[in-house]
Design a protein around this ligand. Structure first.
Ligand code: NAP
Ligand code: HSE
Length: 426
């Protein structure tokens, strides 16, 4: 008789529904690889009356899953921090393996969850938590562990990548594209976590922790969203041979780890510049590996379910072979985190000044006094006696940029500073 592997789902929404669908569709292969029959024993939901595809047994009582000794693997797909954290800890204490796709939970509580897992000889798997269906977690947790990872740079939020792609290709402004994305169901009705960069920051904290084997938390990540990016900035970026992307970057430097999420002018020749629409990609640089890019669908019911069920197979096999409890977060150092946002970067600055003699010379002096050198300059024909100027600098620290901008802001010939966006540096 076949070995039954009972799993309990905490949540049967988009991803939970995808898990049930992929299990129904690919069940034979999944069972062969899990060396048993994977069966959803029950799914925890809030609303029993909601209409749902498939025939998964439902419950509103977490204990039906957490205290059921026949459930070996708890799959947390409810989202949010509480009560998800409490249920995951309870499952581990009851000697169950845990699979989760919850980046909000892991970005805040990974160390606690992995400590409790280790104390109870259990594992936590989370392939679906970052970049949905892209197997970047397995790559960092296993395939790349012999390398010294220098940097991880990702487009890890599909909503913002969709918006920036549409702004680039249609020339529309942020608000119009966001409205359209919401109507099409690509953006949430409350898009704050996506457009303000918070979702990407949570995912970056997880990637950086794995890549550098050193804890990085969400509060370490300097975060700026895309709400200030305009069609005009995108058009100037194109003139400069760049696209604008929301990049999440983690770098290991001699002074420590720097982690930041912000819009970035990225040269069109960079592999990440080709990542369009809702697609995600993670670009990894290691001292032995060199450059490598992982690309695919970063969200959605079926791609995320594919990642979640691969974790279920891993968990089932580990339980079967008695090897569970041996894969932790693999933290073996505590690297310093470079505080704040004062890291070296090139900058794009778009401003409007009076179009008069000596104005450009004065601007050049303000930047020279802060020891900043220009890489490119664009000036557009005068309108109403004003000139629009775009400056791109060579790398400098933000404190130098602030010094220059303080002089620019105080300058009587300044009409407006429109925007300042960082530019990609290798
Ligand atoms: P969702 O569609 O909102 O589904 C959440 C499910 O959890 C629903 O079934 C809901 O019950 C249930 N639930 C929530 N809070 C509950 C509570 N307190 N008690 C009982 N049941 C509760 O969410 P989702 O999009 O599937 O996302 C699930 C997780 O996967 C999140 O952590 C998310 O960040 C992550 N993730 C999602 C995607 C994606 O493409 N959606 C991709 C990668 C990772 P009802 O059905 O009764 O409301
Ligand atoms: N809201 C996320 C995104 C999907 O737009 O990428 C789940 O992580």
């Amino acid at each position: 008789m076949s070995n039954i592997i009972n799993i309990g789902l905490l949540g049967l929404g988009t991803v939970g529904g995808g898990v049930a669908a992929v299990l129904a569709q690919n069940g034979a292969a999944i069972n062969a690889r899990a060396e048993g029959t994977v069966r959803i024993k029950a799914a925890l939901v809030r609303d029993l009356a909601k209409s749902r595809a498939g025939a998964v047994p439902l419950t509103t009582a977490p204990a039906d899953i957490l205290t059921d000794d026949s459930v070996a693997i708890v799959v947390e797909l409810m989202g949010g921090v509480e009560p998800a954290r409490a249920y995951v800890l309870e499952a581990l204490r009851r000697k169950k393996s845990v699979v989760t796709a919850n980046k909000d939970l892991l970005a805040l509580h990974a160390e606690e969850i992995f400590r409790v897992a280790a104390e109870n000889g259990q594992d936590v798997y989370f392939e679906g938590a970052v970049a949905g269906g892209i197997p970047i977690i397995a790559a960092l947790r296993t395939s790349l562990t012999a390398d010294d990872i220098r940097s991880v740079t990702g487009i890890i939020n599909g909503t913002t990548n969709y918006i920036l792609t549409a702004m680039t290709e249609q020339g529309s402004d942020f608000a119009a594209v966001l409205r359209e994305a919401q109507e099409l169901g690509y953006a949430e009705s409350d898009p704050t976590a996506d457009v303000e960069g918070l979702d990407a920051a949570r995912k970056l904290a997880i990637l950086a922790t794995l890549a550098f084997h050193s804890p990085v938390s969400i509060s370490d990540v300097y975060t700026e969203g895309i709400t200030g990016v305009t069609a005009a900035d995108i058009s100037y970026a194109r003139e400069l041979g760049c696209v604008i992307k929301l990049l999440a970057t983690a770098r290991k430097t001699d002074e420590g780890v720097e982690v930041h999420v912000h819009p970035t002018l990225l040269p069109e020749r960079h592999p990440l510049a080709t990542v369009r629409d809702v697609f995600n990609a993670v670009y990894v640089v290691g001292n032995a590996l060199g450059e490598s890019m992982f690309y695919g669908r970063g969200a959605g019911a079926l791609p995320t379910a594919s990642a979640v069920l691969s974790d279920v197979i891993r968990a089932a096999r580990a339980r079967m072979s008695g090897t569970q409890g041996r894969t932790g977060l693999d933290i073996d150092r505590r690297l310093p985190i470079k505080p704040g946002r004062d890291y070296r970067s090139s900058y794009y600055i778009r401003l409007k000044v009076r179009d008069e003699p000596r104005v450009f010379a004065s601007l050049a002096l303000f930047f020279a006094e802060a020891d900043i050198s220009f890489a490119s300059i664009i000036q557009k024909p005068r309108r109403n006696g004003n000139a629009e100027i775009v400056l791109v600098t060579h790398p400098c620290r933000e404190s130098q940029m602030e010094q220059a901008l303080a002089s620019v802001r105080a300058y009587s010939k300044l009409e407006k500073i429109y925007n300042m966006i960082r530019v990609w540096n290798e």
